[in-house]
Design a protein around this ligand. Structure first.
Ligand code: NAD
Length: 260
């Protein structure tokens, strides 16, 4: 049922976003890719997704910290493919420091990209989805949308905000053929997490492998990473017909993190 639909996945040049874009491409969706990276890498990602799944792709260079660029990405997607059916708000960054040491510009950037960007994208996509009487909005929150950790004040604030935003959008679209849900992953081994593992290894004077195990042990009872592919599977489920009455909720894929 997803064949031919248009799926926009923000931050899909790497990690979870790329896994989700691949999963929708495998269902026959046309994909709007977005995110940073060097031109050759982005071109390769776009080429691989398009050729492997025999679908159409469109790359938007929109910077998710800039509302006008986000609105243009949605308008460009509609102009290019004729519809905006699935919106996955995934782009995200991390910065860690204690509250009193947290730089103001890092606070602004994390809030803008991890929270406000979703508001701007949803605001631009909703009139299109309402006119179609069909839409699926999937916000990639985090276990940190449900519980907190030290030294992540901006990230935890943004992800809790995103969970709240998910509920409001679900209420306002409950009878428009639109659903809006948040996925809350625990640890997924992506470039975003690799940076944290390497920083922890350096701080604690241990190997990267040991730091990786320690990261899991600290929060996640199931001592194994989720994968972008598994998150792609969950996103496809949420967009499908069996999930048509699931709205305004959070779905955790966190190896038991938030069961504690
Ligand atoms: P990643 O660093 O691999 O990918 C992030 C993507 O966002 C990249 O494509 C990057 O280019 C893009 N991006 C960053 N800033 C951008 C901007 N200003 N404009 C446009 N694109 C931008 O990270 P990831 O781990 O795949 O994270 C994806 C999402 O999943 C994030 O929202 C993150 O908070 C969330 N998440 C990740 C984990 C994890 O363990 N990796 C856990 C929970 C939630």
């Amino acid at each position: 049922m997803l064949k031919g639909k248009t799926a926009i996945v923000t931050g899909s040049t790497s990690g979870i976003g790329l896994g989700i874009a691949e999963a929708f491409a495998a269902e026959g969706c046309n994909i709007v890719l977005n995110g940073f990276g060097d031109a050759a890498t982005i071109e390769k990602v776009e080429h691989d997704v398009r050729e492997k799944h025999k679908i159409k792709t469109f790359y938007s260079p929109a910077d998710m910290s800039k509302p006008a660029e986000i609105a243009k990405m949605i308008a460009d997607a509609k102009a290019h493919f004729g519809s905006v059916d699935i919106l996955v708000n995934n782009a995200g960054i991390q910065f860690t420091a204690k509250v009193e040491d947290f730089p103001d510009d890092k606070w602004d950037a994390v809030i803008a990209i991890n929270m406000s960007a979703s508001f701007h994208a949803i605001k631009a996509a909703l009139p299109i989805m309402k006119a179609q009487k069909w839409g699926r909005i999937i916000n990639i929150a985090s276990a940190h949308g449900l519980v907190a950790s030290e030294e992540k004040v901006a990230y935890v604030t943004a992800k809790h905000g995103l969970v709240g935003m998910t509920k409001v959008v679900a209420l306002e679209t409950a009878n428009d053929g639109i659903t809006c849900n948040a996925i809350c992953p625990g640890w997924v081994h992506t470039p975003l997490v690799q940076k944290q593992i390497e920083a922890n290894a350096k701080r604690d004077g241990i190997s990267v492998e040991e730091a990786s195990k320690a990261l899991l042990r600290a929060k996640q009872p199931m001592l194994t990473f989720s994968t972008p592919e598994k998150l792609g599977g969950l996103a496809v489920f949420l967009a499908g017909d069996d999930a048509s009455t699931i709205t305004g909720t959070t779905l955790s894929m966190d190896g038991g993190w938030t069961a504690q």
